[in-house]
Write a protein that binds this ligand. Structure first.
Ligand SMILES: Cc1ncc(C[n+]2csc(CCOP(=O)(O)OP(=O)(O)O)c2C)c(N)n1
Ligand code: SF4
Ligand SMILES: [Mg+2]
Length: 303
């Protein structure tokens, strides 16, 4: 289980992401990437497809990260990571982590076949999906992980019809040893999960909920608040699934046996949810309540 021993006081001081990069003010990805690279450490090669992350990083020689990074085509992230692993093996290097970082579009839609193949082959790498719930870099188009009813530039005026694709569950179905979720609002929980993932061989998948002021329609100062609300309402759960064993972690674990905030408190903070009416909100609340009833039963050992 994740130790959650890390505090702001014992987080490594070395910054591997430079300030003054090209991310928008208040970008959740900035928090996730800054913390994530601290956990991965210097002995890491990054593999990144087109996304807000390529913009944040910029291009050599003015790149915003201190780690070597391969910018690859959209569909090929996990295949390229496999190639880097092969090159390291050929050179007898066993102490370098390969970490792929992709957006939700590059993970759940365009990159899914390469990711699925790499997991089926058992490649020894970490795949981190930062989920800002749309194709943000190109102007907020809907992706497979955009939640139902959300407004984007490519959804009907009533919002997205389809449900959010459950990417961590799809990855768990591959039978890999470590699948976890995390949030930009709880960077220490993310840090601990990456540290743990580094100790496990084979494919590791971490799915990070990443609020985006520009695409979700909220003021830049509320990024952490909104990430916390997603967890406190029970809409997004922090968990890890290790060798098939599921457990809630951190702020989600603390919600067990407690009253959660109503989901409309989260929806009211973002303009992308303005197509939601009372009936749709009630249906979502019911779904969340059912999911949490199952969490409560599982935690009590009742299946
Ligand atoms: C094959 C291909 N299709 C489309 C694009 C254009 N494109 C670049 S970034 C991007 C959006 C990526 O979305 P996501 O993976 O969710 O990352 P985000 O921008 O949200 O960080 C798109 C569509 C591309 N580079 N390659
Ligand atoms: S569009 Fe969103 S994810 Fe992209 S840099 Fe801006 S705030 Fe970050
Ligand atoms: Mg995205």
């Amino acid at each position: 289980m994740a130790t959650n021993k890390t505090t702001i006081l014992n987080l490594p001081e070395e910054e591997l992401v430079h300030p003054g990069n090209r991310a928008c003010a208040g970008c959740g990805l900035s928090i996730v990437y800054r913390t994530g690279l601290k956990a991965l450490g210097r002995e890491t090669i990054l593999v990144v497809p087109p996304s807000c992350l390529t913009v944040l990083q910029g291009l050599y020689p003015i790149a915003a990260t201190q780690l070597p990074c391969l910018n690859v085509t959209f569909a090929s992230t996990a295949a390229a990571a496999t190639g880097v692993l092969g090159a390291l093996r050929a050179r007898g290097k066993t102490d370098v982590q390969v970490a792929a970082w992709a957006g939700d579009g590059g993970t759940s839609d365009i990159g899914i076949q390469a990711l699925s193949g790499a997991c089926e082959r058992g490649e020894d790498f970490i795949f981190i999906c930062y989920d800002n719930e749309a194709y943000m870099n190109t102007g907020v188009q809907r992706s497979g992980t955009t939640p139902q009813h959300v407004l984007t530039t490519t959804t009907p005026i009533t919002g997205k019809h389809q449900q959010k694709k459950d990417m961590p569950a799809i990855m768990a179905a591959h039978g890999i040893d470590y699948v976890a979720t995390a949030s930009a609002a709880y960077p220490l929980d993310l840090y601990d999960k990456i540290i743990k993932a580094k100790t496990i061989s084979g494919p590791k998948y971490i799915h990070v909920h990443t609020p985006c002021p520009a695409g979700w329609g909220f003021s830049a100062r509320y990024t952490v608040k909104i990430g916390q609300l997603a967890v406190e309402t029970g809409l997004f759960d922090l968990y890890e699934q290790e060798n098939g064993n599921f457990r809630l972690t951190g702020a989600s674990q603390k919600l067990l046996g407690k009253k959660r905030k109503p989901v409309d408190e989260y929806f009211a903070t973002q303009t992308r949810f303005k197509g939601l009416d009372t009936e749709k909100t009630r249906a979502i609340q019911e779904e969340v309540d059912q999911k949490w009833a199952a969490h409560e039963k599982a935690a009590a050992g009742i299946c």
